[in-house]
Write a protein that binds this ligand. Structure first.
Ligand code: HPA
Length: 269
């Protein structure tokens, strides 16, 4: 890419690099309520988004807005606590800015995580799901109904197998399914959720897909994990709210952390 975005990316990377003690091999985006994983890193170096040129401040509760570089074993890992959503008014370039930063800093693998609504009625709140495909349920790119996409440049079989193996070794039940990207900021309607289920969706959220697509385009290895924090709209007779999303993701943080640590162990040199 050339033009202002690429210049802005270079400036962001230069500013971050000045603060880092080493380059990351793996980078993670930590979803709503999952940010505490960053506190488990050894020898942490923190860079608030406010210190990074061209990085906006996250506006969503549960998204702190800082990068934390540290080590898991001997692996240098960069975590982003806080991401940018379309519903906050950001364009796709801005949403993918952290991903381009990861790539410029030298990361070869990105693990992208989120809190998501559970569309699959056979699963439970608090389950973790490996993203094996997606639906673009934003209708931004087409007015036609989306079909599940299992693009192997994003969902590489070896990456999926690595996550499955890590789950098996840690004794964590890892669901697998299709993540539907919805625009937000409102939660979906029950009718929208029924429709997403009919189209093949298992989980629904308002992030992640543009980040995974950008990462794959940059040639990065991608692993996507959803924490299913609530049943999607209409499945249970209770209103959804962000506090419930944060409460469930906090409850699952420990298992989430073990899974991510096991995945990182398999990526270590
Ligand atoms: N819908 C969309 N995004 C979400 C949800 C949901 O039910 N839960 C957490 N993020």
């Amino acid at each position: 890419m050339t033009g202002p975005d690429s210049r802005h990316d270079q400036e962001a990377a230069a500013a971050v690099l000045e603060r880092l003690t080493e380059r990351p091999k793996v980078a993670l985006v930590l979803g709503s309520g999952l940010g505490e994983f960053a506190d488990t890193l050894a020898a942490p170096v923190r860079v608030p988004y406010g210190d990074i040129p061209h990085f906006p401040q996250p506006t969503v509760p549960g998204h702190v807005g800082e990068l934390v570089l540290g080590r898991v074993g001997n692996l240098p890992v960069l975590t982003a606590r806080g991401r940018f959503h379309y519903y906050e008014g950001h364009d796709l370039e801005t949403i993918a800015r952290p991903i381009r930063l990861f790539s410029l800093l030298g990361a070869k693998t990105v693990i992208i995580t989120n809190a998501a609504g559970c569309v699959n009625t056979g699963w439970s709140e608090g389950d973790l799901m490996l993203i094996t495909g997606h639906l673009d349920s934003t209708y931004l790119r087409s007015a036609d109904d989306p079909q599940p996409v299992r693009d192997e440049t994003i969902y590489r079989p070896e990456s999926l197998n690595l996550a499955r193996e890590a789950a098996r070794e840690t004794g964590i039940e890892l669901r697998e399914g299709i993540y539907a990207w919805a625009l937000g900021p409102s939660y979906e309607t029950p009718a929208e959720i029924r429709h997403i289920r009919r189209l093949g969706g298992d989980a629904v959220g308002m992030s992640t897909l543009p980040e995974m697509e950008a990462a794959a385009e940059l040639g990065l290895q991608v692993i996507g994990i959803s924490c299913l924090t609530n049943y999607a709209a209409g499945i249970r007779d209770v209103p959804l709210n962000h506090a419930e999303v944060l409460a469930t993701s906090r409850r699952v943080q420990a298992a989430f952390g073990r899974l991510v640590t096991a995945i990182l162990g398999k990526l270590a040199p």
